[in-house]
Ligand binder design. Sequence first.
Ligand code: NAD
Length: 269
Amino acid sequence: MSKRTAIVTGSSRGIGEAIVRRLAQEEYRVTVNDVAANQAGIEKLVNELNEKHGQGTAIGVVADVTSSEQVQSLIQQSVEKLGDLTVFVANAGIAQVAPVLEISDEDVQKMFNVNFMGVWLSYTHAARQMIKQGPVPEGSSGYKILGAASIVAFKPFPLLAHYSASKWAVRGLTQVFAMEMAKHKINVNAYAPGIVGTAMWDLIDEKLGETEGRAKGESVKKYSSELTALERVSVPDDVGGPVGGFLCSKDAEFITGQTIVIDGGIVFT
Ligand code: NAD
């Protein structure tokens, strides 16, 4: 079995799950992570991956990415059980839909704690682990650190003020991190999905529907058909393929510091 390993945060469902599935398909050994509330989802996915790709392919670790200790423990457990860390995908994130003057200071702190601090802790601890391990083995795809941004890191949307700001911060951090990590041969990139049909968009759809007077399920349809050149709602595999298949591969060796838009044609950078 390949010695490449990957940790994907917030991967019991949605986009993270699609990335982890693709990495397992590419013969990475993978660590599925999420918060304790999603433990059942972690276990189900880990069992499925081990059955499909062979025992020892996947492990599950519950950890909250807002805790420095828990992120360090996540990395340590993955290294002990699967081997040296090759790829870390800081995917975990939260969203909130609200008019800007109805967002409380606590809401902003919570948003930045998960969407920015979670990525900060993931990037810094993953990089320290990779540097400690020394040069990546010959024939490997190379060290990769990736973070979840969004199209709102390029063009903020109304009612997503602090979410947009947190994703813009991920894009900025990714650029400087790539510059500083280049000498360690660590590629650092982010991905920017558009409108992906996951639990997160169910929540956004519901809140937009309440605010703008639309039935459940109608907002996601309206925004995806009106805004997306390819005229459909994105599915998690639309992101899982480019991230797990391409950005984590040797073919992406000369790409660093980029936030790659994967949105079916909403934002043109
Ligand atoms: P999702 O809500 O389905 O999945 C996110 C996962 O992250 C959940 O399983 C959740 O429990 C986990 N998570 C949240 N806080 C965590 C924490 N503190 N520690 C560990 N795990 C935590 O959402 P998704 O749509 O799959 O989104 C994945 C990423 O992609 C997010 O960062 C999101 O902001 C980003 N994104 C999503 C869309 C979209 O349209 N769905 C668009 C752009 C960007």
